[in-house]
Design a protein around this ligand. Structure first.
Ligand SMILES: *[C@@H]1O[C@H](CO)[C@@H](O)[C@H](O)[C@H]1NC(C)=O
Ligand SMILES: *[C@@H]1O[C@H](CO)[C@@H](O)[C@H](O)[C@H]1NC(C)=O
Ligand SMILES: *[C@@H]1O[C@H](CO)[C@@H](O)[C@H](O)[C@H]1NC(C)=O
Ligand SMILES: *[C@@H]1O[C@H](CO)[C@@H](O)[C@H](O)[C@H]1NC(C)=O
Ligand SMILES: *[C@@H]1O[C@H](CO)[C@@H](O)[C@H](O)[C@H]1NC(C)=O
Ligand SMILES: *[C@@H]1O[C@H](CO)[C@@H](O)[C@H](O)[C@H]1NC(C)=O
Ligand SMILES: *[C@@H]1O[C@H](CO)[C@@H](O)[C@H](O)[C@H]1NC(C)=O
Ligand SMILES: *[C@@H]1O[C@H](CO)[C@@H](O)[C@H](O)[C@H]1NC(C)=O
Ligand SMILES: *[C@@H]1O[C@H](CO)[C@@H](O)[C@H](O)[C@H]1NC(C)=O
Ligand SMILES: *[C@@H]1O[C@H](CO)[C@@H](O)[C@H](O)[C@H]1NC(C)=O
Ligand SMILES: *[C@@H]1O[C@H](CO)[C@@H](O)[C@H](O)[C@H]1NC(C)=O
Length: 471
């Protein structure tokens, strides 16, 4: 989850790749089907996890910072059309939910963002320089991390990695630069020795006094930030989960994520909402589940001339948790083609981002119906809905197995005008809301993921979905 600023422009961690377009290939995605699901179960095959840690959520942020960061988002916008003229009117952060967890690095405690859409784990280094979006040095308090930072000198287990740097830019405008090293990282009792991590000492960050870093859980092919200072070469390494598997810390090489829906009241009244799901290693989180489960192969990509062609051949690179959808079912769904190839399961995106006609027919089924407007933030189409509307039922079928989405997940409080009026959006938005860079990359985001336990096996390259009991 790394999208605080982008409720209306949809930029998620996935956008890291695109925003770094100058230095990295900007991918075009081509549609082809993934291999057939390997297995289909009624009963989920996994044990209760060996290690689990509850998620917390973040606090609302200050409006002035939102406005400041609109500046850097404009600079980084892949299409340049996000001129930000209406940014100040929309307090887009009020309703964003980040899924945070407490971890230790070298025995020091940090609250970090848990992100299945990026891979480099980092914690801010004590004594860091805070910069505003223009690169001007400002007081450390402006960056508003949750702690004074990681004191590498105070850790007996820290080892520097000389002449190696990490240079990270995120879709929300955060920029983190600085050295790389190794230390013991512990998450929910799972302890990994000599984990390579970034320890940035220069930051442009729009914190809220809680977060001090990030735990990345995506595939190593997404490592784009760590490089050799002498020759500029990228330096791949084992991210946290892969190290845990190599160090034989887990019986099963899997991790699971359960992310709970959070009410508007929780977001409005609490600075930190505790216990909104779990990150679990080696099995399932401690939440009630039903006997509806399926295991799907993750779709890899062959990258040729900046085009990412889905491929499961020997050259396949695994980027995201991409699967095929057999069908979506809701009132009127028989009138449109609802299958979609290449759909990314992403905890870093709030919404389901689906084919245009699927979003349109679904929007018509709300009572009262959702209406299509042009986002004041980026000029893209977006379905807005009355916050008191009732949503139609929405079923997702993958590998012959059907999962249901709770209608409450389909009305998403997304922004607030200065006069206090809340704006809600449909949980299901058209692919066109993302802009061209996301060509043919459909997404099932938090709206879907609130309803399932997602169990990832990046070693066998499979994902298992299990329907959660209603909550
Ligand atoms: C999936 O990809 C195949 C091969 O490119 C194509 O024939 C099919 O129409 C695609 N399915 C959808 C739903 O777009
Ligand atoms: C995480 O750490 C923060 C700050 O120390 C603390 O307030 C919070 O209760 C912790 N949360 C959990 C779930 O342990
Ligand atoms: C750690 O030690 C180095 C070298 O002595 C020093 O430059 C740096 O300021 C120290 N960092 C902190 C946070 O004290
Ligand atoms: C950045 O620089 C521009 C142009 O000089 C200025 O208008 C803007 O206010 C500056 N932004 C910040 C956050 O200092
Ligand atoms: C970085 O590059 C230099 C020059 O090519 C090389 O000597 C050194 O071994 C490299 N370091 C790493 C960690 O790869
Ligand atoms: C949230 O944090 C602010 C600033 O730190 C504090 O003034 C306020 O009392 C906190 N609210 C709650 C509900 O904890
Ligand atoms: C799921 O299936 C197992 C084995 O058939 C059974 O023991 C269990 O009660 C079922 N659980 C639910 C929630 O239906
Ligand atoms: C801002 O962007 C919108 C949508 O692309 C466009 O209509 C508008 O003219 C732009 N405004 C400025 C001041 O550039
Ligand atoms: C939604 O319903 C509540 C309670 O019935 C009411 O107070 C509120 O004004 C309604 N909001 C809208 C946007 O209609
Ligand atoms: C789905 O059902 C069809 C028809 O019963 C069957 O041919 C196919 O093998 C099934 N696929 C999976 C993954 O179970
Ligand atoms: C609040 O502002 C929005 C945007 O200007 C406007 O559409 C809405 O009607 C206003 N609501 C109230 C209650 O004034």
């Amino acid at each position: 989850m790394f999208i605080y600023l982008d409720a209306m422009s949809w930029l998620s961690t996935i956008s890291v790749l695109f925003l770094l377009g100058a230095a990295n290939a900007r991918f075009t995605f081509v549609q082809t089907p993934a291999p057939a699901p390997r297995a289909h179960q009624q009963v989920t095959p996994f044990p209760r996890a060996e290690f689990s840690i509850p998620f917390n959520s973040k606090a609302p942020r200050r409006k002035s910072k939102t406005a400041a960061f609109a500046a850097v988002r404009r600079l980084l916008s892949p299409t340049g059309d996000d001129n930000g003229t209406n940014v100040v009117a929309l307090d887009v952060d009020r309703f964003e939910v980040d899924y945070l967890a407490n971890i230790t690095v070298g025995g020091q405690d940090f609250t970090v963002i848990v992100d299945t859409g990026s891979v480099d784990t980092w914690v801010i280094q004590q004594g860091f320089n805070c910069k505003d979006p223009n690169g001007t040095l400002v007081p450390q308090s402006t960056c508003a991390f949750g702690t004074a930072g990681y004191d590498t000198n105070a850790s007996k287990t820290f080892q520097p990695f000389p002449d190696v740097n990490a240079n990270m830019i995120f879709g929300n405008g955060a920029v983190l630069n600085g050295p790389v090293g190794f230390d013991t990282v512990a998450v929910g009792g799972l302890e990994v020795a000599n984990q390579e991590i970034a320890v940035p000492n220069v930051a442009t960050f729009n914190g809220h006094g809680i977060v001090s870093g990030l735990l990345g859980l995506a595939f190593p092919s997404l490592i784009i930030a760590v490089f050799n200072v002498s020759d500029g070469q990228k330096l791949p390494y084992d991210p946290f989960f892969f190290s845990a598997v190599k160090q034989e810390k887990l019986k099963d090489p899997i991790f699971s994520v359960s992310i709970d829906r959070v009410t508007v009241d929780q977001l409005a009244n609490d600075n930190v909402t505790q216990n909104i799901g779990y990150l679990s290693f080696g099995g399932l989180p401690p939440v009630p589940i039903l006997n509806t489960s399926v295991t799907l192969p993750i779709q890899g990509y062959s990258i040729v001339n900046s085009t990412a062609i889905p491929s499961n051949g020997p050259d396949a690179q695994f980027l995201f948790y991409t699967v095929d959808i057999q069908s979506y079912t809701f009132p009127g769904s028989t009138t449109v083609l609802t299958a979609s190839n290449n759909t990314v399961l992403d905890t870093g995106t709030t919404f389901n981002i689906l084919p245009e006609d699927v979003a349109a027919v679904f929007a018509a089924g709300f009572d009262p119906p959702a209406t299509l407007i042009t986002s004041p933030l980026n000029g893209r189409p977006i379905y807005v809905v009355d916050c008191n509307a009732t949503a139609p039922e929405f079923l997702v079928t993958l590998g012959n197995t059907t999962f249901s989405i709770d209608p409450r997940d389909q009305v998403v409080p997304s922004a607030q005008f200065d006069n206090g009026t809340t704006v809600c959006t449909s949980g299901t938005q058209p692919i066109t809301s993302l802009g061209d860079a996301f060509n043919m990359q459909f997404i099932l985001g938090d709206v879907f993921l609130h309803n399932v336990v997602s169990t990832f096996n990046p070693i066998s390259k499979e994902v298992t979905l299990t329907q959660r009991a209603k909550y």
